[in-house]
Write a protein that binds this ligand. Sequence first.
Ligand code: SF4
Ligand SMILES: [Zn+2]
Length: 319
Amino acid sequence: MPSRPIPTQFDNRNVVELRGPKATLNEMEPYEFLVEKELLSDSQTGDSITVFLTNRECGFKCVMCDLWKNTLDESVNRGSIPFQIRQVLEKSTAAKQIKLYNSGSFFDSKSIPAEDHAEIASLCDPFENVVVENHPKLVDERVLGFRDRLKGKLEVAMGLETANEAVLARLNKQMTADDFKRAAGFLRECDIAVRTFVLLNPPFMSSGEDGIEWAIKSIEFAVKAGSGCVAVIPTRAGNGAMEVIEKEGLYTKPEIRSIERVMDAVLPIEEVRVFSDLWEMRKFAKCEACADQRISRLERMNFTQMPSEKIGCGECGGE
Ligand code: SF4
Ligand SMILES: [Zn+2]
């Protein structure tokens, strides 16, 4: 049977059609949590808890997103989200920061019931910094009520993905770089910190070199818009749509050496912490001989925000 042609523009319908099954989840349990060290905004390294909340799937359907795999089709009942958070706080150690990541937008009341905000905020009392994620289009006055309930500082994490307008328009993210800029400006005016997710090699980027150049430009764009922290995420396949795009040669899997190049270029920018997302980083290493050293190098750079000596490798010849 001939394969179907790649859609010229991905939309919610064809992104969903290409998907595999979701995980089976229970709304009374977060689907994961972790405690890790992070360089915090006070320049100290401290513990940070991330709670991956089980909730209704994000209303946007971005081409490269695989977060839907751990979401529900229906909204959760009032009280389930605080219940999930409480379970993690009973198990985990004290930390300075908590991230409440819901695979979508915290301020979308279909995902996180707005009636739960007060209880969620009081559960966050022990933390100096509270990070939630949200789509830039859903950043408005509703953020302020939650900010006011917190004892600690609020930080909103948003996906810019890329500042390349043509590529961004094809991601079905349904926003422009200007939408991101407006949202970041609003948050900064309201004394809310901004964290940004930038993709290395999003789909539809013409080459790996372009991927590096645009990751750097996108970080610079985010900083100019007021972001104090940027996480660089190597784009992964594995969600259905990305496989179709990869087959058409419109996605290049990033290499760990490209991530190093991005970090080398942006660490001199003083007003921002830039982290490389190290989750499953081994998958992006082409050479076994230097993979561990390169991952350690990225880890060092995450914690010090300083350039680190480059890795030479006799196997791959990589600097
Ligand atoms: S807005 Fe974020 S969570 Fe929602 S589909 Fe896009 S990338 Fe995924
Ligand atoms: Zn090597």
